[in-house]
Design a protein around this ligand. Sequence first.
Ligand code: SF4
Length: 191
Amino acid sequence: MTEETCRKVVEALRRRDFEAEFAATPAEAAAMVMDEASRAKSVGWGGSETLKQIGVREKLEKSGLEIRDHQLEMDLFLLSANAVTADGRIVNIDGRGNRVAASIAGPKRVVYVIGRNKIVEGGVDAAIERVKRCACPPNCRRLAKRTPCAATGKCADCDSPDRICKVTAIFDRRPTGVSAKVIVVDADLGY
Ligand code: SF4
């Protein structure tokens, strides 16, 4: 996706009541996140490869901030999205639902970092299809899950007990009462 598309997604997210910013580089996105973190005492981690890739996890650890995995009570919750539609809908699919839960209720502030590779044309169906095609197989391999997609790279809509896609959240708008910012980065980040 091009810079123009990233900027259009930012505009679309704003129309959907999210704070949204464009970042030209991963370093710019990391600086925005660390600026948010400078006002927080506790930071929740949504298990994001994107945030690791832009160096935020390392910076947070060095900063001495308390980092909590999968807890709801915190000042700032950091995550990415599995997909965002070109018209600004965020799609996240979880196994336990803890990441989705924390992005809706609990934290005082929620900040998403989304690389341009997560943008899909074609609406929510295309977004879900992207998640099953691009995100679940590598995530299953990374987590050593015994699922068809880990073995073949393709989703089989499995009944495996290891299935990681069980809860699908579609954000049509910023949830009421949630203070949320989305940073769209003109770089391929995560999967
Ligand atoms: S349904 Fe099963 S095979 Fe399909 S993406 Fe999810 S874990 Fe993989």
